[in-house]
Design a protein around this ligand. Structure first.
Ligand code: HEC
Ligand code: HEC
Ligand code: HEC
Ligand code: HEC
Ligand code: HEC
Length: 218
């Protein structure tokens, strides 16, 4: 009978089979690694803006409060972006001719708002609300990092489901007193466990439905 396979073909076929069987597992591991990587999540990334606005300068050095520009952060889902006239309360007096600020002046003349590019962006199927987090003692820095030191804002957190859930399972260590909510450089002192317990009670934090799918997917 004529030989169908060369000697040694058996080994090649075995290896091919092993590779074929292993492929789905390799794929799953690769996808898993990719899903959490900064490359996909955008963590640590900053984006170009029409004007190189610096939080380090305006918050860290001039001491402006977040709510001066992000006016709706305590009252709505969205923090809100400053309208041009907010910038002009100062920049109609100082740095009035700076080339860097030309887009701001043009925006005022044309009546067209500045188009800031998004840094943090959740998929549409995720429900998020700023106001509830602030009311329950979660400060800006827990999600956005030390903004007062950032010349350009970068995405501090991975914004993955696992990241949201890790706090929703155990918020206590992430809570801060009302006076520290907007202070992105606040450092806790004293007994962490005792502080966590006290703040959980004073804010009436209720963790019962915080990990339910419908809390964030509605
Ligand atoms: C003088 C106005 C001003 C103040 C005060 C200010 N911001 Fe901003 N913020 C901006 C502008 C303008 C942008 C858009 C440009 C950018 O992304 O850097 C922005 C963007 C951001 C972003 C990124 C938004 C996105 O697209 O994801 C975060 C987070 C943020 N600010 C947090 C803060 C925090 C926290 C404070 C207070 C500690 C603060 N800001 C104070 C003007 C301000
Ligand atoms: C409370 C006053 C105030 C407000 C409001 C304000 N700025 Fe400024 N801004 C300043 C001062 C002061 C400087 C620094 C000038 C200097 O370096 O001497 C500055 C500097 C800048 C610069 C130069 C780069 C830098 O950071 O040194 C840019 C760009 C700028 N501002 C953009 C904006 C934009 C955009 C807004 C509105 C979202 C805004 N500013 C709102 C006071 C303000
Ligand atoms: C519990 C986490 C968390 C806290 C606390 C938080 N943010 Fe955010 N912030 C986010 C997420 C997530 C997004 C992206 C929302 C989206 O894409 O729908 C965001 C988006 C923003 C934006 C872009 C505009 C918007 O509303 O989508 C600004 C500005 C901002 N945050 C400022 C602030 C400021 C100022 C504070 C504190 C007063 C703060 N954030 C506190 C998680 C947080
Ligand atoms: C650092 C801690 C922390 C992080 C991170 C965080 N949360 Fe929360 N979240 C809380 C706390 C605390 C509450 C308030 C619980 C309560 O109502 O007592 C809350 C409440 C909520 C609520 C309101 C639940 C209700 O009762 O209506 C939603 C929606 C929510 N979070 C979505 C998110 C999403 C989406 C993310 C991730 C993008 C996220 N959270 C990240 C701490 C956090
Ligand atoms: C605390 C908020 C929160 C809760 C609770 C939550 N999710 Fe998510 N979920 C998210 C966020 C944020 C993303 C976006 C993740 C990303 O872009 O990486 C997401 C993404 C997803 C996705 C898209 C695939 C993926 O993993 O990226 C699915 C499917 C999903 N969630 C299912 C669920 C189910 C089922 C539950 C209940 C067991 C649940 N989620 C509970 C915040 C939440």
């Amino acid at each position: 009978m004529a030989q169908l396979f060369r000697p040694g073909a058996d080994i090649a076929v075995r290896w091919a089979l092993v590779a074929l069987l292993a492929f789905p597992f390799v794929l799953v591991v690769a996808l898993y690694v990719y899903a959490g990587s900064p490359y996909r999540t955008g963590q640590d990334r900053s984006v170009d803006q029409p004007v190189p606005f610096s939080h380090q300068h305006h918050v860290g050095e001039l001491g402006l409060d977040c709510r001066f520009c992000h006016e709706t952060v305590e009252t709505s889902r969205f923090a809100g972006m400053p309208p041009t006239h907010t910038c002009m309360t100062c920049h109609s007096q100082i740095w009035t001719n700076a080339a860097m600020l030309a887009p701001v002046r043009e925006s005022l003349v044309d009546g067209r708002p500045l188009k800031w590019n998004r840094v943090n962006n959740l998929p549409d199927y995720v429900y998020f609300d700023h106001s509830v987090h602030l009311a329950k003692g979660v400060g800006c820095a827990s999600c956005h990092g030390p903004v007062a030191l950032m010349p350009l804002v970068r995405q501090q957190a991975p914004l993955t489901m696992g990241w949201c859930l890790s706090c929703h399972r155990n918020p206590a260590p992430n809570l801060r007193p009302p006076s520290a909510i907007f202070d992105t450089l606040w450092k806790p002192t004293g007994d962490a466990a005792a502080r966590g317990r006290a703040l959980m009670a004073s804010y009436h934090v209720d963790t019962r439905s915080l990990t339910d799918c419908s809390t964030c997917h509605r």
